[in-house]
Write a protein that binds this ligand. Structure first.
Ligand code: ADP
Ligand code: ZN
Ligand code: ZN
Length: 776
């Protein structure tokens, strides 16, 4: 450092504020005493007039080249301190954050804050520990020590002897472990040895957290089939050859997990690390158990929403340790601090899943970030699904940027489920009474047969609550109960937790609650309640199967019935042990579950997803029906899936029943091409939000005009401004502008130009969503 005293060093710091004026971070001076600063270090810096200390991360280091015309060198503040108890963020992760900030139009500070667990940023669960090792004999400082000649106290000698028995690779050893090993009542003898220069102490930080024992999967390891072998061999040839992208399209139950596990084992054996992403909801003990049972637990970090802050921090630290390891987790695990140069493979299971997209800033897509991280780390990435997203399918079959691998058959011993589409109108006509029925005779009969044979069942309805309409029966009056804060109908909910039935209306967008009116407020006719919800289905199933209810064998799984992830884990545990016979729930139960005794799957209404005002409605419906049907037939007993629908001729439903993804994709891509929609074109959506409708409209119009006037706007299609499908949420009016471009590069150029001119500035009023997956 002595020869560089003349050049002042600067750092770019991303602070946790939504400042978008400095997309590369704020510039600070590096004081001499902090000259060992590293990229990715967690630091404290003064911010604003009052110089309030804020946390941040170093995202750039350099000298004068970091200064721009806006900055006066004399007024640049200095970094206050470096948090030396945390390892710096690996530079790959810093670069990933910079890419996200630019690609997804999010301020760098918000991005960094959004990708590091708050427990890590705040140091939750971190405690200081002391580790000790012997000072080598030849150390001159030690031989001069007078205490060396004196005969040691037996307790101290015992400590030295114990340390000498350890392999050098085990050292330094934790002071508490050493104390226990020597059977000492206090640490005093060890501390004395540190003082006398016999031992060297290092301060280590670690986090302590209790880790609940994961249930291990006892199933034996299957011999891979020929199809599986072909895929494994073909992808393993790509290992150690830099970046490559693979799409594993394998029908439900084809044994994709087996392919991942074998490839992961190969990568670990070669001394490199693996990142394994699964949708949040798949991180059940079942999935974890299958992986834990096959790979070394001590080299595994598992990150999911069911962890406490301290556990999350502990798992994060496991990921930072050098050496081959596997990190398993949902979306945000893609930012796991695996050291640079160590990553050998990234796996994204159920890559089509919507939960990979974050719905607040930074609005990144975990799958696409995974592809980016694989590029930055020069390693292969595998995307796997039975129902690939059209984006991934397009990449593999048309753009040729990804290699397609297929598993067209179910694993040996699994039978293909029989999928029956039933016309719900005819089903209800078969019922003689005048009651509302949500479970038709076909599904009811199939369930009865299944339970009689000792089987289990899964029943899906993609909507929470009891019923979703509260309206006036008089068509001319036309009143419908809307949320007072949103432009959307309210949903009736029942609560029996207090014994008596409590009925109320809840808004699923702002969570506001109201009493359910008995009469129409306009014409005083008595209000009617209709539509579907999981609670209503539960009520009907309870009426049909009183025996199951009395034995507590029906479980409803939706975000109302469970307070956190551990409730879900517990229910799945009961279902796995056969204590529970029927699972009823929302799409949470449609994915990834592998229970051999499930003989019947019922879909109450395949129409709920089909009628959404979103160009992905068909794709969602296909995925839902195909995925949930795939939950049965996972053993020698043939499975039956009964799909109730008002639109029995709808192509996505029929294609899913035939399990014909390629044909569905072909037809759907034709539609996307014709209308210039993703994945054929790239989309960004800008939503303006404001308390008054006029102001929202005014801002949106101004933004839209300014966007259209940009030179970069040629070749870009700008649609809008138009009200969002839900025109107001939580008292804010919402106006959208859609931008479509032929290529990602074109779209990026356009967005960057608009951002640098501050036409687009993400924040309270404006939300920018690049590659949106939901358009409500
Ligand atoms: P997918 O993820 O493709 O839906 P899974 O990996 O869950 O499929 O596999 C379904 C079931 O088939 C699992 O119980 C798994 O243990 C079993 N299985 C996978 N591969 C084989 C194989 N080669 N031989 C026998 N059983 C297999
Ligand atoms: Zn509302
Ligand atoms: Zn009325």
């Amino acid at each position: 450092m002595t020869d560089s005293v003349d050049t002042t060093r600067y750092a770019r710091v991303a602070v946790e504020r939504g400042i978008d004026r400095y997309p590369d971070g704020l510039t600070y001076r590096v004081p001499n005493e902090l000259c060992d600063i590293r990229l990715g270090d967690f630091v404290s810096v003064p911010l604003g007039r009052g110089d309030a200390e804020v946390h941040g991360v170093v995202v750039g280091l350099g000298s004068d080249e970091l200064l721009d015309s806006r900055l006066m060198p004399a007024r640049i503040k200095a970094i206050s301190s470096i948090d030396r108890t945390s390892d710096p963020m690996p530079s790959t992760v810093v670069r990933l954050a910079q890419w996200i900030s630019s690609y997804y139009c999010a301020p760098i500070g918000v991005t960094i804050a959004g990708i590091t667990p708050s427990a890590v940023r705040k140091g939750v669960g971190r405690i200081k520990r002391i580790a000790v090792e012997l000072v080598p004999e030849q150390d001159p400082a030690c031989t001069e020590s007078p205490s060396k000649q004196i005969r040691l106290h037996p307790k101290r000698q015992a400590v030295l002897d114990a340390l000498a028995r350890h392999l050098p690779s085990d050292l330094p050893i934790d002071i508490e472990a050493l104390q226990t090993e020597c059977g000492l009542a206090t640490r005093a003898p060890i501390l004395a040895l540190i003082k006398s220069g016999h031992l060297r102490a290092t301060h280590r930080t670690s986090v302590q957290a209790k880790w609940g024992a994961s249930s291990m999967d006892e199933r034996r390891i299957p011999e891979p089939t020929l199809d599986q072998m072909t895929v494994i061999e073909s992808i393993s040839r790509a290992l150690d050859r830099g970046f490559s992208q693979h799409l594993l399209f394998g029908v439900t139950g084809s044994g994709k997990t087996e392919v991942y596990l074998r490839l992961a084992t190969q990568v670990l054996a070669a001394g490199r690390s693996v990142l394994y992403l699964v949708p949040e909801i798949s991180l059940t003990p079942q999935t974890a158990g299958r992986i834990v049972g096959r790979l070394p637990r001590e080299r595994m970090a598992i990150l999911h929403s069911g962890l406490t802050a301290a556990q999350r921090h502990e798992q994060w630290i496991v990921a930072t340790r050098p050496g081959a390891k596997i990190v398993i987790g949902a979306r945000s695990a893609i930012f796991a601090p695996i050291p640079d140069g160590e990553l050998g493979l990234i796996i994204v299971d159920e890559e089509h899943d919507q939960s990979y997209k974050q719905d607040q800033s930074p609005r990144y897509h975990g799958r696409d970030v995974a592809i980016r991280r694989a590029q930055l780390s020069s390693c292969p990435v595998i995307l796997g699904s039975a129902t690939p997203s059209l984006e991934s399918w397009w990449n593999a079959t048309t753009r040729g940027v990804s290699q397609l691998h297929q598993l067209p058959h179910r694993a040996p011993g699994l039978l293909t489920p029989r999928v029956e589409v039933v016309d719900f109108r005819r089903e209800t006509a078969l019922r003689r009474d005048r009651r509302v029925h949500l479970v038709g005779p076909t599904l009811e009969f199939a369930l009865r047969q299944c339970f009689a044979a000792g089987g289990q069942a899964i029943v899906l309805l993609n909507r929470r609550g009891y019923a979703n309409w509260i309206a006036c029966p008089d068509q001319e009056c036309g009143w419908m109960m809307q949320c007072a804060h949103c432009e959307i109908g309210m949903v009736v909910h029942h609560d029996r937790s207090g014994g008596a039935l409590l009925r109320f209306a809840r808004c699923h967008h702002c969570q506001a609650e109201q009493k359910v009116p008995t009469r129409c407020p306009r014409c005083a006719k008595s209000a009617t309640i209709f539509g579907l919800g999981t609670q209503r289905v539960e009520e009907e199933l309870a009426r049909l199967f009183p025996d199951l209810v009395s034995r507590n064998q029906i479980a409803r799984v939706d975000s109302d019935s469970m307070s956190d992830a551990s409730d879900f884990h517990e229910i799945l545990g009961r279902f796995g042990r056969g204590e529970c016979r029927m699972l009823l729930g929302t799409q949470m139960i449609a994915k990834g579950l592998d229970f051999p005794n499930v003989q019947v799957v019922g879909v109450i209404s395949a129409d709920t997803a089909l009628n959404l005002p979103d160009f992905r409605a068909s794709e969602r419906t296909f995925q839902l029906v195909a995925q949930v049907s795939g939950r049965c037939g996972r053993s020698q007993i043939p499975g039956r899936a009964i799909i109730q629908t008002f639109q029995p001729d709808a192509e996505p439903i029929l294609a899913a029943a035939r399990q014909d993804y390629p044909e569905f994709a072909r037809q759907e891509l034709e539609v996307r091409k014709r209308f210039g929609l993703p994945p054929v074109h790239r989309m960004a959506r800008v939503v303006i939000r404001h308390e008054t409708r006029e102001e929202a409209e005014r801002i949106a119009t101004t933004v839209c005009r300014a966007l259209a006037a940009l030179p970069e706007a040629s070749g870009v299609i700008i649609r809008g401004p138009a009200p969002c499908p839900i025109a107001r949420i939580a008292d804010r009016w919402r106006i959208q502008i859609e931008v479509l471009a032929e290529s990602p590069a074109r779209l990026q150029q356009f967005l960057a130009a608009a951002r640098s001119r501050a036409i687009l500035s993400p924040g309270e009023v404006m939300a920018i969503d690049v590659d949106p997956v939901a358009l409500l």
